[in-house]
Design a protein around this ligand. Structure first.
Ligand code: FPP
Length: 248
C-alpha cells in the first residue's frame, strides 16, 4: 500500500493498469533556469525537488519503480562549472538521502559506471543503497554516469569473460543472457519512458530495456512537471494498444 495516498483527478485514470516501471529523462533544467535569469545549476536543484514530488506521486498511484536519468556518460562534455555543480548536488543528495525520500520508505539503487566518480561519491552511493535497502515503497534507480551503449558494452564484456573461462558456449547466449547482465536485471519491465522539454530522442537512455517501452513527450521543462502531468501521461499510456509485435 502506498505511503503517500495522493488524490487522482482525472476520471479516465484506471488504477488497475498503471505502468509498473517508468523511466524519466529529466530534461529542460537549463532552459528553465535561463528563462529566469538563473544559473543552470538552479534548474538542476529545482529538478531534484520535482523528482521527489513525482516519485511520491508515482508511488501513490501504484508505480513500483522509477529509473531517472541524472547524469549521462556524455554529460562530462558540459562546462566544468556545470559538471562540478551537478556532482555536488548528487553527492549532497546521496549524503542526505534519509532526510529526503529515504526517510519516506523509498529505496534507492544507483546504476551507471561508478569507477569514473569520486571515491566519496562511490562510498555515498553504497551507503544510500544499503541504508534504504529494507524500505518497502517505490524503488528509484538513479542513473549516474549512465550510457546505454556503455551498459551493453559492459554486459558483452562480462559474457565474453564467461565464454573465455569455459563457463558458457557462444551458442548458449540468448537475449536472457544479455538481460541478466544489464543493470535492470530482475526489475519490472521498463514499460513507459517520459521525456519533457520538447526533445524527441532517447539520448542513450536504456537502449536495451526500451525495446517495447511506450514513450511520452511533452514541451514543459522538467522543473515545471507536476503530479497532474504524470497523471496525464499515465492516462495516455493506458490508452496505448501494446501488442509487443503481435498482430491481434
Ligand atoms: C537535462 O536538462 C538534465 C540533466 C542533464 C541533469 C538532470 C539532473 C538533475 C535533475 C539532478 C539530479 C540529481 C538528483 C539528486 C536527482 P538540461 O540541463 O540538458 O536542460 P536543457 O536541455 O534545458 O539545457
Amino acid at each position: 500500500m502506498s505511503l503517500f495516498r495522493k488524490k487522482t483527478q482525472l476520471p479516465e485514470f484506471d488504477p488497475t493498469r498503471v505502468p509498473r516501471h517508468i523511466g524519466i529523462i529529466m530534461d529542460g533544467n537549463g532552459r528553465w533556469a535561463k528563462r529566469r535569469g538563473l544559473p543552470r545549476s538552479a534548474g538542476h536543484r529545482a529538478g531534484i525537488k520535482v523528482l521527489e514530488d513525482i516519485v511520491e506521486y508515482a508511488d501513490s498511484i501504484g508505480v513500483e519503480m522509477i529509473t531517472a536519468y541524472a547524469f549521462s556518460t556524455e554529460n562530462w562534455k558540459r562546462s566544468k562549472e556545470e559538471v562540478d555543480a551537478l556532482m555536488a548536488l548528487l553527492l549532497d543528495y546521496l549524503k542526505n538521502f534519509e532526510k529526503h525520500l529515504g526517510g519516506r520508505n523509498v529505496r534507492i539503487r544507483i546504476i551507471g559506471e561508478r569507477s569514473a566518480l569520486s571515491e566519496e561519491m562511490q562510498a555515498e552511493m553504497i551507503r544510500a543503497e544499503e541504508g534504504s535497502a529494507k524500505n518497502t515503497g517505490i524503488t528509484v534507480n538513479m542513473a549516474i554516469n549512465y550510457g546505454g551503449r556503455l551498459e551493453i558494452t559492459k554486459a558483452v564484456q562480462q559474457i565474453a569473460q564467461r565464454v573465455k573461462a569455459g563457463e558458457l558456449e557462444p551458442e548458449a547466449i540468448t537475449e536472457d543472457t544479455l538481460s541478466d547482465a544489464m543493470y535492470l536485471a530482475g526489475c519490472p519491465p521498463l514499460d513507459f519512458i517520459i521525456r519533457p522539454s520538447g526533445e524527441l530522442r532517447l539520448s542513450n537512455f536504456m537502449l536495451w530495456d526500451s525495446a517495447y517501452a511506450e514513450f511520452w513527450f511533452d514541451n514543459i521543462c522538467w522543473p515545471d512537471f507536476r503530479d497532474q502531468d504524470l497523471l496525464r501521461a499515465v492516462v495516455a499510456f493506458q490508452n496505448r494498444d501494446r501488442r509487443f509485435g503481435n498482430a491481434q
